[in-house]
Design a protein around this ligand. Structure first.
Ligand code: NDP
Length: 249
């Protein structure tokens, strides 16, 4: 199998960790990113050690995906260190919730910068090279709440819905060049963030999931490895909802 270089942004998070593991299991050379601040860097070092002890070698680079020049420099550095990037998983994302009547402009803008501008900031750096080489896989992580909307999340839902338009458009641009671009929309997944929801609220969330349970991070990672497989060249411009049947388009 061809050795492919895969980049996962927000690698050290709940879903990113599983994605990195699954991509390593798939035989990819995996590069992750963590936020450039001191706390995130220290946590990233621990994460890397733990992953290594489990047999997962993942090199980490500091990166703020909201910073266009930073993304440019990051991609140049990775390509100088490892070679061209074949697979990009735009996974990093944040929430900053409030109902519209209380949402601050700063909250709105930051979520747009991190969740949506990042799609452009990262894809712009790798897309041309992928097209020239005749192979590329881009997976953009959206959300159930981008499909159906969510009270108190107009900023987050707008970014996650925006990802679909971006995905379909660049899928068209890459279609004849061997470059596929798809979205994955997780539902409620059993991550630290979701476990922090009060028990009663969580119970009512689970009651609304036809499958009757939260998803597991590995189930999102499986969607990512399906879409990034060399054999997945005929799947492009689509959205794969992984939500236990909670929302059916
Ligand atoms: P986490 O918060 O666990 O992970 C997000 C990662 O993104 C973290 O590593 C975080 O770093 C990183 N990150 C945040 N801001 C930036 C930035 N500006 N630049 C670079 N990296 C950044 O979230 P999840 O793993 O749960 O979510 C991953 C993706 O899946 C997100 O896009 C999210 O919206 C989406 N999603 C998740 C669902 C779930 O149930 N968990 C449901 C639907 C969608 P740090 O930890 O240092 O802040």
């Amino acid at each position: 199998m061809t050795n492919r270089i895969a980049v996962v942004t927000g690698a050290t998070g709940g879903l990113g960790t599983s994605m990195c593991q699954a991509l390593v299991d798939q035989g990819r050379t995996v590069i992750g990113t963590h936020l450039p601040n001191e706390q995130a860097t220290a946590q990233a070092q621990d994460w890397q050690q733990t992953m290594k002890s489990q047999g997962y070698a993942v090199e980490l680079y500091p990166l703020d995906v909201a910073d266009y020049e930073g993304c440019q420099a990051f991609v140049q550095q990775v390509e100088a260190d490892h070679g061209p990037i074949d697979i990009l998983v735009n996974n990093a994302g944040i929430t900053s919730d409030a109902p519209l009547k209380r949402m601050e402009a700063g909250q709105w803008n930051r979520v747009i910068e991190v969740n949506l501008n990042s799609m452009f900031n990262m894809s712009r750096q790798v897309f041309e090279g992928m097209c020239e080489r005749g192979f590329g896989r881009i997976v953009n992580i959206s959300s159930l709440n981008g499909e159906k909307g969510q009270f108190g999340q107009c900023n987050y839902a707008a970014t996650k819905a925006g990802i679909y338009g971006f995905t379909k458009s660049i899928a068209l641009e890459g279609a004849r060049k061997g470059v596929t671009v798809n979205a994955v929309s997780p539902g409620y997944i059993d991550t630290k963030m979701v476990r922090q929801v009060p028990e009663k609220v969580l119970d009512s969330i689970v009651a609304g999931i036809p499958v009757g349970r939260l998803g597991q991070p590995e189930e999102i990672a499986r969607a990512v490895t399906f879409l990034t497989a060399d054999e997945a060249g005929f799947v492009t411009g689509t959205n794969l909802s992984v939500n236990g049947g909670q929302y059916m388009d």
